[in-house]
Design a binder for this molecule. Structure first.
Ligand code: CAO
Length: 431
């Protein structure tokens, strides 16, 4: 047997940390039976001003551990014994103190037993300005957080002494983010407080439908990702309405009636043809616009289970009558819960019409990755000044929400002016 294979019992002791009479044991990172490496951190110690990671001066199997969290120790206190196999000890060699946001002090000389170990990493808690600097955590916990991609400053309060952040706090933070998804992202959005409403009166819990839950996720995602602007205006649809009534009067009672929505679809697509950015999506890295050469329009349909958006394809190629029949079919299917995923895919822009119900204006949310949505509320007869006199005109309120990363305010206003013009004089749709 050579020296290299001989086992020796080594002691790990608290080194000289500079006249500090009492040091707190914050974490003990080894247990009896653990096989540890040379320089592996065995404990985290803390004074009022600093925290230290105590490295092992031997590689081998832990025989006894003499401390536990909460203990007070001082220079020379025995921390643990390690059965080291030959070559398991190493001469002292300075290691860099954890870089970045914390102040560095020179490491101190070790005791006789610790003299063969590297110097202790000593971190002083000083107010700092960079991200994560104010987090009260040891270097190993900071490293652990960095490995998981966690900004440690987001881990609000640690469960350790004086709010110190421990590994478990980082793990719990990650779990919370996974569970809460988008609402707990780096955007730092605080969650809504949980309230026991039954304290104030009788309540009943009703499960949300799957459609509502999915719609909610999509809307939240769009709301958080898109800088949205909603622009309001009114279109004069007096003449269009007269024509629509004429067409419907010619229809038999079995035929699908034409609503104003069909003209709105046509007017919208004609404007999209003139303003290609409205028929686009932003590429995922946000550097390119993907321009679409087809004109599929999603229609928000109100169903007992929630909002769904079937897509009418190639609206530019279809007649008003065809669109009326197709929307009647799709909305009936939607209300019966029979839409297939393919029925709801491939939309370029969405129309959300509340006109059959009422309203004067609202702010629809863009159905991302589309870049715009047109909201419609109830048309109303209004006195409109024509330069000589007030005339009764049927005015249709329109609400255009767009992704401001793609569409400028002036472009939005010009687009809306074109939609209005097309509705005001539907002969333009022939051009
Ligand atoms: N002004 C005045 N009257 C209007 C109108 C408007 N803007 N829009 C529709 N109407 C009238 C229609 O002409 C029809 O009148 P008649 O019964 O006399 O023919 C009546 O209101 C009902 O219309 P409708 O709503 O059934 O038909 P539509 O083609 O206008 O809309 C659909 C179809 C599927 C869009 C609609 O039924 C619907 O589900 N709307 C709700 C969409 C929604 O929930 N949006 C909110 C989403 S949140 O962003």
């Amino acid at each position: 047997m050579t020296d290299n294979t001989m086992a020796r019992l080594c002691e790990i002791k608290v080194p000289d940390v500079g006249n500090v009479p009492s040091i707190d044991v914050v974490e003990v990172l080894i247990s009896v039976g653990d096989v540890i490496a040379l320089e592996q951190t065995v404990a985290t110690l803390e004074t009022d001003k600093a925290t230290m990671e105590l490295p092992s001066n031997a590689a081998g199997t832990v025989q006894q551990v003499f401390i536990k969290p909460g203990d007070k120790v001082s220079e020379g206190t025995l921390i643990a014994t390690v059965m080291a196999v030959g070559g398991g000890e190493k001469a002292a060699e300075p290691v860099p103190v954890v870089a970045g946001t914390v102040a560095k002090v020179p490491a101190v000389e070790s005791t006789p037993v610790a003299s063969s170990a590297r110097k202790a990493e000593v971190i002083i808690f000083e107010p700092a300005t960079t991200t994560g600097a104010k987090a009260h955590a040891s270097p190993s916990v900071r490293l652990f957080a960095r490995e998981l991609g966690v900004d440690i400053s987001k881990v609000k309060m640690g469960s350790g002494r004086k709010g110190r952040i421990l590994k478990d706090d980082v793990k719990n933070f990650v779990k919370k983010v996974m569970v809460e998804g988008v609402s707990a992202t780096g955007a730092g959005i605080p969650s809504i407080p949980v309230v026991d409403f039954s304290v104030f009166g009788e309540t009943q819990v009703q499960k949300l439908s799957k459609i509502k839950r999915l719609t909610g996720q999509n809307l939240t995602r769009a709301w958080l990702n898109l800088p949205m602007v909603t622009y309001h205006d009114e279109a004069d649809i007096t003449d269009m309405e007269a024509f629509r009534n004429l067409l419907n009067a010619e229809k038999s009672k079995d035929e699908v009636k034409i609503t104003g929505l069909m003209f709105i679809l046509k007017a919208l697509v004609a404007a999209m043809q003139q303003f290609p950015s409205f028929n686009s999506s932003l590429s995922s890295e946000g550097e390119n616009l993907i321009l679409k050469k087809y004109f599929n329009i999603g229609i928000a349909v109100d169903t007992p289970n929630g909002l769904v958006v079937p897509v009418l394809r190639d609206v530019n190629t279809k007649s008003i009558n065809q669109l009326a029949v197709e929307l009647a079919e799709k909305s009936a299917k939607a209300r019966l819960g029979k839409l297939l995923p393919a029925d709801m895919q491939g939309g370029c822009m969405t129309v959300s019409s509340l006109g059959g119900i009422g309203g004067t204006a609202f702010t629809p949310i863009v159905n991302a990755p589309e870049v715009a949505i047109l909201g419609v509320t109830r048309a109303k007869m209004q006195p409109v000044w024509n330069g000589k006199e007030f005339m009764p005109r049927l005015m249709l309120p329109l609400d255009l929400t767009y992704d401001h990363r793609v569409i400028d305010g002036a472009e939005g206003a010009r687009f809306m002016a074109m939609v209005k013009q097309n509705l005001n004089d539907i002969r333009r749709l022939l051009l």
